[in-house]
Design a protein around this ligand. Structure first.
Ligand code: GDP
Ligand code: MN
Length: 403
């Protein structure tokens, strides 16, 4: 599960990670209040206004309606309200949102931390993620932090170095020092970075996260190390252990069909093809997607209805699949192990009748307990539903439906 930058920074701060301070606002008036409060707390007279959406690239991104960037600097209190107004309620398009962009309903008003001083402020990149192949967490860091990190990863990947952490022993002192050393830091900044890495890893570990991306991490002109941005992805399977984090979920940022699916207990991932599929079991779902490809179609989704498919889950599945305008045919592939095929068949027929305006060819392949009875129910329903018992037949029917 992804969360907003302001929420991620709240979590980081709890674990002792030093952050760029900010206050979240929903209106230009609230933004001005937030700026005043920050001025009282930190003495800052410049403010950064940051659109809160679940996508990166905000600094370079543009608000469609006003042409404002998604991250802007306000160099006085008077600038805060008009510049906030140009972002709030707008549609922010970045290289990660797609052309349609994302509605901005919250803004993080943050202190400006790029103030001049003894040294130039310098941006770094620090990420932590799970390396599944190695069964370890990995810290990735680079001196080339900032808005162009994607180019660095693409063109000069040697500028990003990695330090693997054995989860059984955790982050060792020498490893945190190694990261700070490789970032070329010295003195106070070195010490602060070591502390930063330790706190960051502690936060990652304790929250069951699968990804932290802090870009940029800033070395301020007076050698503080601060998280200026924070992208945090929490492992969904661990959310039950973190009720406080689970409550941070912002459903308006997620695909509506995926939200509906998770509420119905279905495992759904939208894809770009034209054949909707509904399957019980993840392995069978993968095989079914292969079959669809072999028959000349492209799967429109991955949908696993789980082991206990019944009329309600089938109906919920239909509703979700048919919301996708690209779908030209639906393939249902159910193996009747625990669930009996005749029950699923009844479910399909009922669901078909219940959904207004459903007019897509549906191919149902039922195999296992009571498969023959199931096929009979489908054939006698008089609906635009075809039955197939053998997978190869099902693939042929899909091909016919697409022709
Ligand atoms: P992203 O574009 O979505 O990754 O958003 P970031 O939070 O990383 O901000 C984008 C850029 O805004 C950063 O790389 C900085 O260059 C700039 N920025 C962020 N905070 C400040 C600040 O306090 N002062 C100044 N001058 N620039 C900032
Ligand atoms: Mn960033």
């Amino acid at each position: 599960m992804n969360i907003h930058e302001y929420q991620a920074k709240g979590i980081l701060e709890k674990y002792g990670v030093t952050i760029q301070k900010g206050i979240v606002a929903s209106t230009p008036e609230e933004a001005t209040e937030a700026a005043k409060k920050l001025n009282a707390e930190t003495g800052t007279e410049w403010y950064v206004l940051k659109a809160q959406i679940h996508a990166g690239g905000r600094g370079k991104g543009k608000v469609k309606e006003t042409d404002s960037n998604g991250v802007v600097l306000a160099k006085s209190l008077d600038e805060v309200a008009p510049k906030s107004k140009a972002i709030l309620g707008g549609t922010l398009v970045t290289h990660q949102t797609g052309e349609e962009g994302k509605l901005v309903s919250k803004l993080l008003v943050a202190e400006d931390v790029y103030y001049p001083g003894e040294n130039e402020p310098k941006e770094y990149y620090v990420g932590i993620l799970l390396d599944r192949a190695k069964g370890c967490n990995v810290i990735m860091a680079s001196t080339e932090g900032g808005v162009d990190i994607e180019d660095v990863a693409e063109n000069t990947p040697e500028k990003i170095f990695k330090e693997w952490i054995d989860p059984r022993v955790g982050l060792q002192g020498f490893q945190a020092r190694k990261v700070a050393f490789k970032l070329g830091l010295e003195g106070e900044a070195f010490k602060n970075m070591v502390k930063f890495i330790h706190s960051l890893y502690a936060a990652y570990d304790a929250t069951d996260s699968s990804m932290f991306e802090i870009n940029p991490v800033l070395k301020t002109s007076d050698n503080k190390i601060l998280a200026v941005d924070a992208k945090v992805d929490i492992d969904d399977s661990a959310l039950y252990r973190h009720k406080d984090i689970a409550e941070m979920r912002d459903k308006s940022e997620e695909d509506p069909a995926e939200v509906e699916a998770s509420e119905s207990g279905l495992n759904y991932v939208k894809l770009d093809g034209d054949v909707g599929c509904m399957v019980n079991g993840a392995g069978l779902a993968m095989a079914t997607m292969d079959i669809i490809k072999l028959s000349g179609g492209e799967p429109a989704n991955f949908l696993d209805v789980g082991g206990s498919a019944n009329a309600q889950t089938v109906e919920a599945g239909f509703r979700i699949i048919t919301k996708d305008p690209n779908v030209k045919a639906i393939l249902i592939n159910i193996f009747g192990g625990i669930v009996r095929c005749d029950r699923v068949a009844k479910g399909v027929v009922e669901a078909y009748k219940n959904i207004d305006g459903l007019d897509l060819p549906i191919i149902v392949r039922l195999q296992g307990t009571n498969a023959e009875e199931g096929a009979k129910i489908i054939q006698e329903s008089g609906l635009k539903v075809t039955s197939a018992i053998v997978l190869k037949d099902a693939a042929e029917r899909v091909k016919e439906a697409l022709a």
